[in-house]
Write a protein that binds this ligand. Structure first.
Ligand code: GLV
Length: 339
């Protein structure tokens, strides 16, 4: 009997998903959540045929140097800025991500942050939990926040998640503007009731600006001090995309000085560290990168990553056809090799 291919899972994962993988593979799954150093990643990846990795695992040339065994890396997330795709492709290693299955949950969460930031949910809850309410003289005009309904929603990055956020805006009677590398097909624009504008106009007109763009070198600090200065003082910024797209120090300064009303952040520059100035502010709602973390969606993401590995390594019903490859050219190269 030939040995099963070996798969490393870099993060603790649902036991039923691990069991699915174990049907085909010899699975080495981390039991404890922790960050891996480049050396640890390099050693782990050298001894396996495939790996399911998290967004904190940076897979680049250093980590892949001398690796002749690895065939496949399945990213547990839709964003893949942690993968050096060119290098993976050069090494003939297939990569996959988890699109679509998380779109609606992430769009929900963008709304959770918009509403929480606008209506001061976090700060008022902290005040209540601190025991301030009973016997206090809470005034009629305390805890005043911003209305969401009827305002202008700006979306920077209009992929599937951005469109999901836009669709929900109809229920809040909002005017939706977006900025994107390319214009949406007319039918989608109509469905989303969204109008394409330039980035500058988006910054100036949005009451709520939600960031949903991929993190690329060009998008580093796409929202920095100059962009924040163009926004309304009454505006709310929501980042559910990636840390590093926003200059967090500049954002904290704007929130502290009142040149921006509030923010909701699920992602941070240098996370899991959060800029100390943000932690000190009450007009920002902070969450630990959990926009896709509903029970159903995280399971679907884990299963999709597993589906990709199973199919890529030639098992299961979709053998040879992983559902969401990022560099399908590698697959073509594999088949040419076999032929
Ligand atoms: C989460 O940030 C993801 O990219 O899936």
């Amino acid at each position: 009997m030939t040995a099963k291919p070996k798969v490393w899972v870099s993060r603790p994962l649902f036991p039923d998903v691990l069991a699915r993988l174990a049907e085909y593979f010899d699975v080495d799954a981390e039991a404890v959540e922790r960050r891996h150093t480049a050396d640890e990643l390099k050693n782990k990846l050298a001894g396996v045929d495939a790996a399911l990795v998290g967004l904190a695992d940076r897979i680049d040339a250093t980590v892949l140097e001398g690796n002749t065994r690895l065939k496949m890396v399945a990213n547990l997330g839709v964003g893949f800025n942690n993968l050096d795709l060119d290098t993976l492709t050069r090494h003939g290693i297939l990569a996959s991500n988890t699109p679509d299955v998380l779109t609606e949950s992430v769009a929900d969460f963008a709304w959770a942050l918009m509403l929480a930031a606008a209506r001061r949910v976090g700060a008022s809850e902290r005040w209540l939990r601190a025991g301030h309410w009973p016997g206090s003289n809470q005034r009629f005009d305390d805890w005043l926040g911003l209305d969401v309904h009827g305002r202008t929603l700006g979306i920077l990055g209009m992929g599937r998640i951005g469109q999901g956020i836009a669709r929900r805006a109809a229920g809040f009677d909002m005017n939706v503007l977006y900025h994107n590398r390319s214009r949406l097909p007319e039918m989608l624009e109509r469905e989303c009731k969204a109008t394409l504008v330039g980035k500058d106009e988006l910054l100036r007109r949005a009451d709520f600006l939600v960031l949903v763009l991929p993190f690329t070198p060009e998008n580093h600090h796409a929202i920095g001090a100059p962009e924040l200065a163009r926004m309304k003082r009454s505006a709310v910024l929501v980042n559910i995309a990636r840390g590093g797209i926003v200059d967090d120090a500049a954002l904290a300064a704007a929130l502290r000085e009142g040149t921006l009303a509030a923010a909701g952040l699920d992602v941070f520059e240098g996370e899991p560290q959060v800029h100390p100035d943000l932690l000190a502010l009450d007009n920002v709602v902070l969450s630990p990168h959990i926009a896709s973390a509903s029970e159903e969606t995280r399971r679907a993401m884990a299963n999709l990553a597993a589906d990709n590995v199973i199919a890529a390594l030639g098992f299961g019903e979709a053998a040879g056809n992983p559902p969401t490859p990022l560099n399908p050219a590698v697959l073509a190269r594999w088949s040419a090799h076999k032929a």
